[in-house]
Design a protein around this ligand. Structure first.
Ligand code: NAD
Ligand code: UGA
Length: 471
């Protein structure tokens, strides 16, 4: 099977960068990235490459090279799917908000809608590729939908399908590098011809020994398990950071010491404000749901603890700030530095900043929030609260927030600064100058360990950082 035309349903954080890299590496393939969200498509087509809908280092250059040549963004689902030899499904799969499995299971309504679109519009033989992260055995549901379409199709349109699982392992902020140099590409499926057709595409830039072929269920489960293991490492190190603070140990030294063991490895051992991002929590909850569904409550409880510790850790940080500021935040100004769930992305989904800011607002604090890539509108949505000028407080003790364009502005008259995202620019703050702007006694809370304690004059500013038992 030679693939000439690819469609991707879903032009999000995965669909956009993934298809851009395939287009760049495979100029012989025409790629259409499709979305029902017209604004998103318009942004992908924006002539100003600084205005793409997602911020991802290196992405705009690739879009500049391929867009309009072999990479196209549109909402022409019917027309483009009908011409495609291969359709990637890369739509959102958030946790279900209501109904059976609410709060844990993935909501598959967008995946099902995509499968129906493929069923209705495709012609001839189409390879359908699950790119979204899906519960084990979703491919079965997709197959049933496609099969049903085949049976109802007219005689002239006897379309046929293969379904493959090809989960994505990119991380936001390093997506382009992850796509260009993946640790592995995983392809799960039954039909070897279809698997090989997809592998041929990756072989244009990925060494063959990195392309793993498995059965479809292993592939689906490997993706959930991979995220669960990564999140579990973050929860593990964060839980130990609390113990460090209680005992006089230092989490950075503990991480270095355990990471030097080649069986453990040094990555994903940085204590922070708690993991965020659109996937860790939802994928673990999905795993928990599957374990419960298959009658394995002990397995479910084990993984659920990873999420519980993460929630606890985020609240632990806000409680600690309240305690250090004499048990009350009423009317106090706190500069929140960073709102994205990690550096190098404008994504705020499940960011620790959301929970921590909500806790601080509940205590009546005045937050001045800065982030180099997140918009004030996004922060309003996440906090469920519009920004106000901080002078417009109606009732003393009422929580309020406003956006600061510059870090320096955020620090004026602040009682405390809290670093939530590890943006490099926050490592360059001159704290001795900043101290002159802040109200005394002033505090700096570093939940990312990006400040060198030597850069802070402890006579002038009180300093706390995560997992530092000498705080
Ligand atoms: P996203 O919300 O950024 O993008 C999904 C897009 O799909 C949206 O633009 C939405 O409008 C579109 N869409 C939904 N239903 C559609 C339909 N029927 N037809 C056309 N368009 C439709 O989501 P994302 O972050 O790109 O994640 C997509 C999937 O990839 C999820 O399953 C996620 O778990 C997985 N994943 C995400 C990441 C990540 O870093 N964000 C990494 C690996 C895997
Ligand atoms: C994660 C996985 O790393 C990807 O492999 C996966 O494809 C993706 O989820 C997904 O399925 O969506 P991502 O969420 O983009 O990628 O970012 P990570 O780098 O994994 O970070 C997740 C969270 O953990 C961030 O809040 C980050 O700050 C935090 N983290 C990470 C730590 O607190 N400490 C660490 O040592 C590492």
């Amino acid at each position: 099977m030679k693939i000439k035309n690819i469609c991707c349903i879903g032009a999000g954080y995965v669909g956009g960068p993934t298809m851009a890299v395939i287009a760049d590496k495979c100029p012989h393939i025409q790629i259409d990235v499709l979305d029902i969200n017209e604004n998103r498509i318009a942004s992908w087509n924006n002539p100003d490459l600084g205005e793409l809908p997602i911020f991802e280092p290196g992405l705009s250059k690739i879009i500049g090279r391929c867009r309009g040549k072999n990479l196209h963004f549109s909402n022409l689902l019917k027309e483009k799917i009908s011409k495609a030899d291969m359709v990637f499904i890369s739509v959102n799969t958030p946790t279900k908000k209501r109904g059976l499995g609410a709060g844990k299971a993935s909501d598959l309504k967008w995946v099902e809608a995509s499968a129906r679109q493929v069923a209705n519009y495709s012609r001839g033989h189409t390879i359908v590729v699950e790119k979204s992260t899906l519960p084990v055995r979703t491919a079965e549901a997709i197959k049933i939908i496609l099969q049903a379409a085949k049976e109802t199709n007219s005689k002239e349109n006897q379309s046929t399908f293969d379904v493959l699982s090809n989960p994505e392992f990119l991380s936001e902020g390093t997506a382009i590098n992850d796509l260009l140099h993946p640790d592995r590409v995983l392809i799960g499926g039954e039909n070897h011809k279809a698997i090989d057709a997809l592998a041929e595409i990756y072989k244009n830039w990925v060494p063959e020994n990195k392309i793993l072929k498995t059965n479809i269920w292993s592939s689906e489960l490997a993706k959930l398990t991979s995220n669960a293991f990564l999140a579990q490492r973050v929860s593990s190190i964060n839980s130990i950071s609390a113990l460090c603070e209680a005992t006089g140990a230092d989490i950075r030294e503990v991480s270095r010491a355990i990471g030097a063991d080649s069986r453990i490895g040094s990555k994903f051992l940085e204590s922070g404000p708690g993991f965020g991002g659109s996937c860790f929590k939802k994928d673990i909850l999905n795993l928990v749901y599957l374990a419960e569904y298959f009658g394995l409550p002990e397995v479910a409880t084990f993984w659920n603890e990873v999420v519980k510790i993460n929630n606890w850790h985020q609240h632990r940080i806000s409680k600690l700030i309240i305690k250090k500021l004499f048990g009350t935040l009423s009317g106090k100004k706190i500069a929140v530095l960073g709102f994205a769930f990690k550096k190098d992305t404008n994504d705020t989904r499940e960011s620790a900043a959301i929970q921590i800011c909500k806790d601080l607002l509940d205590e009546g604090s005045q937050l001045i929030i800065h982030d180099p890539k997140v918009s004030p509108e996004q922060i309003s949505n996440d906090l469920g609260l519009n920004q106000n000028s901080l002078d417009s407080i109606k009732y003393p003790g009422e929580g309020n927030w406003c956006f600061a364009d510059e870090v320096e502005d955020a620090l004026i008259d602040a009682d405390a600064a809290l670093i939530v995202t590890e943006w490099p620019e926050y490592t360059k703050i001159n704290w001795n100058n900043a101290s002159r702007k802040m109200r005394k006694p002033a505090w700096v809370f570093d939940s990312r360990s990006i400040i060198d304690p030597k850069d802070i004059d402890k006579e002038e500013i009180n300093f706390w950082r995560v997992g530092d038992g000498l705080n």
